[in-house]
Design a protein around this ligand. Sequence first.
Ligand code: ADP
Ligand code: ZN
Length: 228
Amino acid sequence: MRLVLLGPPGAGKGTQAGSLKEDLKVPHISTGDILREEMKAGTALGLDVKKYVESGKLVPDEVVTKIIETRLVAGDKANQGFMLDGFPRTKKQAEDLDAILTKANKPLDYAIYFDTSLPVIVQRLTGRRVCRQCNALYHTANKPPKKEGVCDTCAGPLYQRPDDNEETIKTRMDVYLKSTAPIIDYYQAQGKLKKVNADKDALDVKGHLMKIFHADGKINQDKVRRRN
Ligand code: ADP
Ligand code: ZN
């Protein structure tokens, strides 16, 4: 299955991808996670993108598209399928992704639009905590770890992303509405858009997604392919 997860920050794209990657056996590729890892490692790329990420602005299209192209082509991810989270974020990125996938003869199955309201977004982002080691996601109220400040999965330390503060959240929402929301129509026009109500809790959203995949025979088809 080849999916794009679309929607505002805090919509729960990363949470669903983290859960679905086990069921679908499809890798989760998050440009935000990749950029934060580069920053943490202090690479040249990490230093270049730091000012954008910390202020909630978009990293230039060519930088992120190159990252995705390398993962999809060199990592051969287009063969196993993928869930792209946080990419594409502009119309240009969406067009470039189509070009990459057309060339590889691996078109997208769906773009899933996580429809979310503003109060829910703010509540989710301000309470979000992230594992420094494995990027697992938690929330102080909605999904607290068993032991405060410690990841359930890998025992790594949890932290609050510096861009999850009210002011930067506002910038990220403005950027989302101006640059990213228009690609909802782009995928609608291709007949690939599926919309889910992402204000609901994570289990309900996952149930809705699984229903979509089953209804189109995507899950069974994949199983057959694996057996062959
Ligand atoms: P969220 O979905 O919570 O807003 P992400 O982790 O997806 O956050 O992204 C964090 C930051 O990384 C963005 O605010 C932006 O600076 C940068 N970034 C991630 N993906 C892209 C992209 N596709 N294009 C440009 N910038 C990006
Ligand atoms: Zn962890």
